[in-house]
Design a protein around this ligand. Structure first.
Ligand SMILES: Nc1ncnc2c1ncn2[C@@H]1O[C@H](COP(=O)(O)OP(=O)(O)OP(=O)(O)O)[C@@H](O)[C@H]1O
Ligand SMILES: [Mg+2]
Length: 299
């Protein structure tokens, strides 16, 4: 494999146990340069736990994560400095800081200045504050939320808060971006904007690994889709291969246990998907796997 085609991100046999529960078991996954890879699976399949292992929030029980071919120490800052950025299933912003400041904070990892030096609160700020502010404005423009630049983050509409999280993640200049349910709770117009944003991110040269329950979004966007069931990788393929695999439909719809709960949207092409096909109607029919956060859910 040449350097040009080496995976940007690679997980080898990643396993995560919580006491007696194995949330992620022996999962391999690669994201190549310029790729958008989807990660799907029913609620509780282990998707967020896997992200937490990739991004250094959790130390995997076993297995290895490599960014650009280099093994990662399991620490969030090590992952970020290696070129990996992420957003969270439950939005995490500094609500009382301005939108611009939130993005500026995302840049501190790469500039290695202190967290609050990035927004002008520290002694070293004069050297970098201007450049960081310019970068933040460029990213807000890129994410389509520049009109909110001086507003407190808490005042933004929900969909714009999600895009702000993406802009903040991009401020660390990643080679790969992990998005955990970026369209959760969005209306159809917001979902389309998020889709366009992910495509534009790829066009910037940033690879993307995205967890989503909205199957239309996933199958319309991703070059490759990985299916996680009960912590294990069931299969990996393109949209057609995954949609045609009966085990995937069975995993979502086929068992009495999963039929009892409000699960995610069915794979596109299934009867249920047709019934919820108008963009993001599935968002209202299904809660997108956003139960009340549990302690340590995302580290
Ligand atoms: N910190 C933790 N301690 C103990 N168990 C955990 C922890 N985090 C996750 N789990 C368990 O691991 C399993 C996988 O959870 P995870 O949140 O990764 O699923 P998910 O695929 O992201 O689900 P969803 O689609 O609902 O977001 C679940 O059984 C969950 O209860
Ligand atoms: Mg999750």
């Amino acid at each position: 494999m040449t350097a040009a085609t080496a995976p940007v991100l690679e997980a080898r046999g990643v396993t995560m146990r919580f006491g007696g529960l194995t949330a992620v078991e022996n999962v391999d996954l690669t994201v190549g340069p310029g790729e958008i890879v989807g990660l799907i699976g029913p609620n509780g399949a282990g998707k967020t736990t896997f992200f937490n292992c990739l991004s250094g929030l959790y130390r995997p029980s076993s297995g290895q994560v490599l960014v650009g071919g280099v093994p990662l120490p399991p620490r969030p800052h090590a992952a970020a400095r290696a070129g990996l950025a992420r957003t969270f299933q439950n939005i995490r912003l500094f609500p009382n800081m301005t939108v611009t400041e939130n993005v500026m904070v995302g840049n501190h990892i790469r500039t290695r200045q202190g967290l609050f030096s990035a927004i002008g609160y520290g002694p070293r700020y004069r050297h970098t504050e201007k450049a960081t502010r310019t970068l933040a404005r460029e990213l807000l423009d890129f994410a389509g939320i520049h009109q909110h630049a001086e507003s407190p983050a808490r005042s933004l509409p929900y969909g714009d808060q999600r895009r702000l999280e993406v802009a903040r993640a991009l401020a660390s200049d990643p080679s790969v971006l992990l998005l955990d349910e970026p369209t959760a709770g969005m209306n159809p117009a917001e979902t389309r904007q998020m889709r366009d944003l992910v495509l534009a991110i790829r066009d910037r040269g940033v690879s993307v690994l995205v967890i989503e329950h909205d199957m239309r979004f996933v199958f319309g966007l991703c070059d490759c889709v990985v299916v996680l069931i009960n912590g294990r990788k069931l299969l990996q393929g393109n949209a057609e291969q995954v949609q045609a695999d009966e085990r995937v439909i069975e995993a979502y719809l086929g068992t009495p246990a999963s039929a009892d709960r409000e699960g995610p949207a069915a794979p596109a092409g299934s009867a249920e998907a047709e019934n919820t096909a108008d963009a993001d109607d599935a968002d209202t029919a299904h809660p997108h796997g956003n139960p009340a956060p549990t302690a340590g859910e995302e580290g």
